[in-house]
Design a protein around this ligand. Structure first.
Ligand SMILES: Cc1cc2nc3c(=O)[nH]c(=O)nc-3n(C[C@H](O)[C@H](O)[C@H](O)COP(=O)(O)OP(=O)(O)OC[C@H]3O[C@@H](n4cnc5c(N)ncnc54)[C@H](O)[C@@H]3O)c2cc1C
Length: 399
C-alpha cells in the first residue's frame, strides 16, 4: 500500500494551497481530485479581493482578467448607489486558470497529484487513515497519517469523520453571457426579496463583452436566476445566449469544530466563506496555509489526534473568526431587512457622501470589518436601531 504523511482530498484553491504548505513544512503529500482537471466545473463568479490575490502567491498579471474599482448597488425599489475607488479593490479571474495555476504550484513544490481519483471512503484505526480511492476495478487503498478535507461544500468524507456541516447553505446559480456594462471596472449588486431572498444577485464584468450574472439565495436559485435574466436592468443588455451555467451551494458559518481524529477540514468543507460577499477564496487560502502547516507537523510528530490537530482550529479562528463573525451579523441583518428598509438604507447612504467616501477609501472585500466600524462610528441617532441589532447579533458570538 502506498503511504503518505498528508493526503489532501480536493484540488480546489484550499486543497492545492494546503498541499503546497504541507510539502514546504517537510511532509510527503498527495492530492486526490475526482475530476480529470482542476478548476472544472466552474462554480464561482471569480471576484477576488486584492488580499486574496496576494494570499494565492501567483503573479497578478497572469491570473486576472480585469481590475474592479467600484460597485453599483440597486435596491429592491430601484434606488441606485454607485461608488468608485481610486485604487483597485478586487480582480476578476478565470477560475479554470486560477485553480490550475495553484495546483501547478503544489505539484512544483513536490506534492504528488492524482487526478480523476475520487476518494470514496475513509477508515481510521491505529493512528492511521486508509483512504479508498477510485471506483470499480480501478479502486485502491492509500494510507496517510493526516487527511486534509478540501472537498468543497458537500464534504462527504469530512462529515463521515465527524466534522459537522456549516450553519447554512445558500442556493446559488450563475450564467456567463455576452452582456454590456456601463463601467467595466464596476460590479453590480441587486438586492430584494423578489431578486434574491436572503442574499443578493450580481453582474460582474469578465472578459471583453462578457460577464457573469448570478445570485445566491435561501433556495431555488435557478428559478430566481431565470427571472433575473428577464428583468429590465439585465435583459436589454444581454447580447446572446448563456455560454456556461454554474449551480452550487454556498456554505455560511463554520461548524463548532473543523478537526476530528486524523482529519482537518478547510475551505468550503469548513464553511470558511465570507457571509458579507459569499467569497470563499480568501478565507480558504488563509486557512489552508495553517492547515498545511499543522497537518505536516502532526504527521511528522506521529500524532494526528483531534487534540493535536485542534491547533489548526485555534489558529484559523484567531486569523479570521472576528471577520466571519461580524460578517455573519451583517448577513443576518441584511437578510432580516424588509424591502422598504433596504430602500431606506440605500436612500440614506445616497445622502451621506461622507460614508461613501469611507467605503471607497477603506472598503476591503476580504476584511470588511474596518469599513463597517468606520461607517458605524459616523452613523447618527436615527441609525442607532440598526446598529443595535447588528451589535446584538455580533455579541451572540456563535462562530
Ligand atoms: C455561484 C458561486 C459564485 C461564487 N463566487 C465567488 C467569488 O466571486 N469569489 C470568491 O472568493 N468565492 C466565490 N464563491 C465561493 C468559492 O467558489 C468557494 O468558496 C471556493 O471554490 C472554495 O474552494 P475550496 O478549495 O474549498 O473548494 P472547491 O473549489 O469546491 O474545490 C473542491 C474540490 O474537491 C474535489 N472533490 C470533492 N470531493 C472529492 C472527493 N471525494 N475526492 C476527490 N476530489 C473531491 C472537487 O472536485 C473540487 O475540485 C462562489 C460560489 C458560488 C457557488
Amino acid at each position: 500500500m502506498e503511504r503518505y504523511d498528508v493526503a489532501v482530498i480536493g484540488a480546489g484553491p484550499a486543497g492545492s494551497m494546503a498541499a503546497k504548505k504541507a510539502v514546504e513544512a517537510g511532509a510527503e503529500v498527495v492530492i486526490f481530485e475526482e475530476h480529470p482537471r482542476a478548476g472544472w466545473p466552474v462554480q464561482c463568479a471569480g471576484l477576488l479581493g486584492v488580499r486574496a490575490m496576494e494570499e494565492a502567491e501567483l503573479a497578478v498579471g497572469h491570473r486576472a482578467i480585469r481590475p474592479v474599482r467600484g460597485a453599483k448597488v440597486v435596491s429592491p425599489g430601484g434606488v441606485q448607489l454607485t461608488f468608485r475607488a481610486p485604487k483597485t479593490k478586487a480582480w476578476v479571474v478565470d477560475r479554470r486558470i486560477f485553480d490550475r495555476a495553484l495546483l501547478a504550484e503544489a505539484a512544483r513544490s513536490g506534492a504528488d497529484v492524482m487526478m480523476a481519483s475520487p476518494v470514496t471512503g475513509l477508515v481510521r484505526g491505529g493512528g492511521r487513515s486508509v483512504l479508498k480511492v477510485g471506483r470499480g476495478s480501478d479502486q485502491r487503498e492509500i494510507e496517510a497519517k493526516v487527511v486534509v478535507s478540501a472537498e468543497g461544500v458537500g464534504a462527504r468524507i469530512a462529515r463521515g469523520a465527524g466534522i459537522g456541516p456549516p450553519r447554512q447553505i445558500l442556493s446559488s446559480a450563475q450564467v456567463e453571457v455576452p452582456i454590456e456594462f456601463e463601467d467595466p471596472e464596476r460590479v453590480e449588486v441587486f438586492l430584494g426579496s423578489a431578486v434574491a431572498p436572503g442574499f443578493f444577485a450580481w453582474a460582474i464584468p469578465a472578459s471583453e463583452g462578457g460577464g457573469r450574472v448570478g445570485l445566491s439565495c435561501r433556495n431555488n436559485a435557478c428559478t430566481y436566476l431565470k427571472r433575473l435574466l428577464k428583468s429590465p436592468p439585465i435583459r436589454s443588455r444581454i447580447k446572446g445566449g448563456p455560454l456556461h451555467l454554474a449551480v452550487g451551494g454556498l456554505p455560511l458559518g463554520p461548524p463548532a469544530s473543523t478537526v476530528a481524529d486524523g482529519i482537518i477540514a478547510v475551505g468550503d468543507a469548513a464553511g470558511q466563506v465570507k457571509p458579507t460577499s459569499g467569497g470563499g477564496i480568501y478565507p480558504g487560502l488563509v486557512s489552508a496555509k495553517i492547515a498545511g502547516d499543522v497537518a505536516a507537523a502532526a504527521a511528522l510528530a506521529e500524532d494526528a489526534s483531534a487534540a493535536r490537530l485542534s491547533e489548526y482550529d485555534r489558529r484559523w479562528r484567531a486569523a479570521l473568526g472576528r471577520e466571519l463573525r461580524l460578517g455573519m451579523a451583517v448577513h443576518r441583518l441584511r437578510a432580516g431587512m424588509a424591502d422598504p428598509e433596504l430602500d431606506g438604507l440605500i436612500r440614506h447612504l445616497l445622502d451621506r457622501e461622507d460614508l461613501l467616501r469611507i467605503l471607497e477609501e477603506v472598503g476591503d472585500v476580504d476584511r470588511p470589518s474596518r469599513a463597517i466600524k468606520e461607517v458605524g462610528l459616523r452613523m447618527g441617532l436615527s441609525e442607532l436601531r440598526m446598529m443595535g441589532t447588528l451589535l446584538r447579533v455580533f455579541l451572540r458570538g456563535d462562530l
